[in-house]
Design a protein around this ligand. Structure first.
Ligand SMILES: Nc1nc2c(ncn2[C@@H]2O[C@H](COP(=O)(O)OP(=O)(O)OP(=O)(O)O)[C@@H](O)[C@H]2O)c(=O)[nH]1
Length: 595
């Protein structure tokens, strides 16, 4: 397919960024500008990708890109924008995309998906440029259609420029917080060390020439070696999507990053259970003049060479996984190729444990990203799989021993109808989202909530410490029950608890608290600082208890232990004081009491 006789392939470019920051608009702008450069063959629409040849890039970028400075044939932009698809895009252990554009809305700055995208870029070591998009929305901005950004930036009023600068420095600061040294791209000397930030507008096209220039420059300088491929060799690619296509059944949208794929080739594809071995019936490309991104009109092609996007129609593709490798067998032993595919899949495999949560994700790449995020949050994984939430997942999640693990975390997946019914009847909680951070955060919140509820139940059932004192001249009744006025020094006293007193550090139960009155009304409890009258069944004032005595709510040893060791952060400070006072007294006689 390649019309140039070189063994250097096109670098593959992915566009990432937060929702609505302008990924699609930027891609559309690049494609649109390329087409409006007028020449036939300005771009080629592939399945899932758009190829822009070097000549077209040079036309669009003006002085910034000169054809003679480059020998890479152009750029292949992956069309499905978003970090989600990016994480799908793997090749032999790394990112499939050779280079990326991280789109950040200048006004909105860093958002969760920006962070998530940065994480992936960092982990895969993918070079990238930051498109500080929507610069045209800066108040007072004077647009210069499709202009390189520097002259347009310099021509703005001081106030407009300052406003934009503030936003740009915010973004540069956020990049630096994440460990990336970054600067406005025209100040960057060494693009290997520093990230270039290009102010731009997907609407007016300002800065788009600069983005193309940086992408070409980065690829040419740092990735030329990786672009050298054996064009005629057996094709290798990555599945972007598994799609049912009328007339063809399950088909694969594939990006080919090495070699050539021919119709009739035997291929091995990563499947849900086992690698799938099948034979290509048809290779499909969009019809040249079809509406961009409407892919329902295909033409058959005999072969495609890297880098390219193509739809593969072949039998038995139902179990193929998005993100999985595709390999042409050609004149090799099919078992060797199966081994290779297995080895590659094993690399992506998630470490699971005997106890933990169930994770479902739409692609291998996103499954891996989920697993990384959960590992960071110290959440163990019982099972991790690509695919929609099925009844079996609910059964598996239900076997978790810890209640906090009876959950399914679904990233970008659907819940199958019969699974939905089962979920309603089970203890299993499902979390789903299309932002990994959000998913992990929601789960952590759920666990915290469960722990709070659990502690509250324990606290409800436990006897709580309190210290109080009988006031002078406040004996209202001598005995049966004794009724005296008291002041609560710390903690909260409650009805139906035992009252103790320490004589020479010898604890002595004096009776049971059977009534509390505050200003003549019966109450259930009284807190530190309050003065109330209490009825105590058992003692007689003047014998077991006296005015001025310090009294305690008696704590069972087990309760004291739980309070001290597990709930000390849950109880108020004054209650903690009562607890430590009580423990001190107890431990004077028995140092191991409540330990
Ligand atoms: N003024 C202005 N508006 C823009 C620019 N880029 C994008 N927009 C607008 O911002 C909105 C979101 O743009 P999209 O391109 O759909 O953003 P996206 O990042 O692809 O969004 P998702 O696909 O939903 O993740 C649209 O209304 C665009 O018209 C820009 O440079 N300037």
């Amino acid at each position: 397919m390649s019309d140039h006789d070189t063994s250097l392939r096109t670098p593959i470019v992915a566009v990432l960024g937060h929702v609505d920051h302008g990924k699609t608009s930027l891609l559309d702008k690049i494609r649109g500008s390329a087409v409006s450069e007028g020449e036939a063959g300005a771009i080629t629409q592939h399945i899932g990708a758009t190829a822009v040849p070097l000549e077209t890039i040079a036309d669009m970028a003006g002085d910034l890109v000169k054809v003679e400075d480059f020998d890479l044939p152009g750029l292949l932009f992956i069309d499905t924008p978003g970090h989600h698809s990016f994480s799908t895009l793997r090749s032999r252990g790394g990112a499939l995309a050779d280079i990326a554009i991280l789109v950040v809305d200048v006004n909105d700055g860093f958002q969760p998906q920006t962070e998530e995208a940065l994480d992936i870029l960092q982990r895969t070591g993918t070079p990238f440029v930051v498109a500080a998009n929507k610069a045209d929305t800066t108040p007072g901005w004077n647009p210069n259609e499709n202009s390189p950004i520097k002259p347009s930036y310099d021509a703005q009023s001081d106030t407009a420029r300052q406003r934009l600068d503030e936003n740009l420095y915010e973004i540069i600061g956020q990049l630096s917080d994440d460990g990336f040294s970054a600067d406005l791209y025209w100040r960057v000397q060494n693009f290997q060390k520093n990230i270039g930030v290009v102010p731009c507008s997907a609407l007016t096209g300002e800065g788009v020439p600069d983005i193309l220039a940086v992408l070409m420059g980065l690829s040419q300088r740092f990735m030329k070696a990786e672009m050298e491929i054996d064009v005629a060799g057996p094709g290798e690619g990555t599945v972007l999507e598994v799609k049912d296509q009328q007339g063809f059944g399950a088909t694969l949208d594939v990006v080919v990053y090495d070699g050539t794929i021919h119709e009739g080739d035997q291929i091995v594809v990563g499947g849900v259970n086992e690698p799938i071995v099948t034979e290509i019936r048809a290779l499909l490309q969009p019809q040249p003049n079809a509406e961009i991104r409407v892919e329902n009109r295909f033409e058959r092609v005999d072969a495609v060479a890297a880098a390219a996007g193509v739809k593969i129609a072949a039998p038995d593709l139902d179990d193929a996984m998005a993100g999985a490798p595709v390999r042409v067998v050609r004149d090799r032993d099919v078992d060797d190729v199966i081994k290779e595919v297995k080895a590659e899949l094993a690399e992506i495999e998630v470490d699971t444990e005997e106890e933990g949560v169930v994770v479902k994700a739409d692609t291998l790449g996103s499954l891996e990203a989920m697993a990384n995020a959960l590992q960071e949050a110290e959440v163990p994984i019982l099972r991790a799989e690509v695919g929609d939430v099925a009844p079996r997942d609910i059964a598996v999640a239900g076997t978790a021993r810890e209640p906090e693990h009876t959950v399914i975390l679904g990233f970008n997946v659907e819940v199958l109808p019969d699974a939905e019914r089962e979920l309603e009847q089970s203890e299993v909680t499902l979390f789903h989202d299309d932002v990994i951070y959000q998913l992990v955060e929601d789960y952590e919140e759920h666990v915290a909530e469960m722990q709070r509820a659990q502690q509250e139940t324990i606290l409800d059932k436990i006897v709580r410490p309190a210290r109080f004192q009988i006031l002078d001249d406040h004996t209202f009744r001598q005995s049966d029950p004794a009724v005296v006025g008291v002041e609560i020094m710390s903690g909260t006293i409650k009805n139906n608890t035992n009252v103790a007193k320490f004589d020479n550090n010898e604890p002595d139960r004096v009776g049971e608290l059977s009534g509390i009155q505050a200003q003549g009304d019966d109450v259930e409890e009284a807190r530190a600082g309050e003065r109330v009258s209490v009825a105590i069944d058992g003692p007689t004032v003047g014998r077991q208890i006296e005015e001025g005595d310090e009294l305690w709510i008696e704590l069972p040893e087990k309760h004291a232990k739980i309070l001290e060791q597990e709930l000390n952060e849950e109880i108020p400070a004054d209650e903690l004081e009562a607890l430590s006072g009580y423990l001190n007294k107890r431990r004077k006689r028995d140092p191991f009491w409540g330990k």
